[in-house]
Design a protein around this ligand. Sequence first.
Ligand code: ASP
Length: 487
Amino acid sequence: MQPDHETRGLAQHWQILIGMLAGAIIGILLNSTQGRSEAKVDVDALPPGLTSLAIVDSPDRVEIRYKTTDGDQHKIIVDGRQGADADVPTIDKLKSSHPGVYRWFADHGRSTSRIVGDSARKFGGLFLRMLQMVAIPLVVSSLISGVMGLGDASQLGKMFGKTMTYYLCTSFLAIVTGLIVVNVIQPGVGQEMVFAGGEKVVGTTSLSETLFAQLESLIPKNPFHALANGDFLSIISFSIMFAICALIVGGKTASFIKDFFESCFEVMMQLTLFIIMLAPYGVFLLMLYVTSTHGASVFSSLAWYMCAVLTALGIHACITLPLILRYFAKRSPWEYARSMSPALLTAFSTASSNGTLPLTMACVEKRAGIDNKTSSFVLPLGATINMDGTALYEAVAVLFIAQLHHGESLPLSYQLIVALTALLVSIGAAGIPHAGLVMMVIILQAVNLPIEMQGIILAVDRVLDMCRTSVNVWSDSCGCAVVGRET
Ligand code: ASP
């Protein structure tokens, strides 16, 4: 399968970049020129029961003044940014507290930039729905086919243990690096942007309660219920247990299940690639929404966010993994990186671990001299479940969004949920472009953040995807050297 969809003409990442720039430019222009409007409603157009109605809409404040037929004057002021902060009256709150007043505002008082932004949010939301639609089936089929790719259950043994230990340790180290960097740089703090749809979750439960709840969800009472509800942890753990037991049963049953889920995975991957073809439009609409309602200020926080992701990826790829390579595999990191360079560069340009897999295997065997027994076991499994770069990226991105949403650094218990979910999500993510982005919806939902806020980071996802995919492939390759030396 092609690693990325190149439609005739422009490569997809260029299309996405153009979509992003166009959305941002139009949005910023609209915000600066059409972001404010003042409307005094004509007598003939007045809603029943009113003698006057005036509305001022500006990006950060909406003022509605009206006089009723019995002579009473009223003034309502709400925060112009879309959001649901507990203490601030917002347009969304107005919708439920004063539905009639909200209707007048929607009918008579919205500025052009707000009208455009609201529509872009609705249609961009369709793209996000599609991403949500594929997430669960993609995870289930990717995990089951990946685990079953191990072959005979009797061969799982030692190598499985070592490989899994390596995967878990490096993903854990990657996430810790991400957490440290995002807490030091704090790219989202001081940039409060409140979006619709989320509730504050900070400090609602203790650390032990939250961890135990995570543990409980690893054992779903009813896997079908978990599937229907998108309960991600339950789905992952059940899929792994299911695949391992299918391997143990073996024979016709195992080969039937393996073939079935491999086919499902291929189909889901294809569907995802089709959806990703819509990314330029999705990016355009979501950027338009973000910038037309919030203006250019969004970019300053985005630069710090990119800096945080790239710094953390750099530390993991250039310090942590080379140290592991040096001390556990007794290999020269520089030499090993040189042997792997064709695969690393291909991973960078395709943003797909799966697409790069044949080349990774060739480099590991032919250039780095690792034996085929190790590489054929470690690499395919790694391309599916070992994604250090993705795990790190998920943690940084979600905490960045959380910082933006809550306007402050977040408590450890909250960060731990993000870290744990990021680890599991990276295990479940497919090795295709933007898979990490697709999966992030699950973490955002797990910590109750508005998924619309993904629109902010979507714009720079391609470039970060290229970097994290190289780190994913680099970690798989180092895993071969570590596991290969010991077996
Ligand atoms: N593109 C990445 C990979 O193939 C997955 C991701 O989106 O993080 O490894």
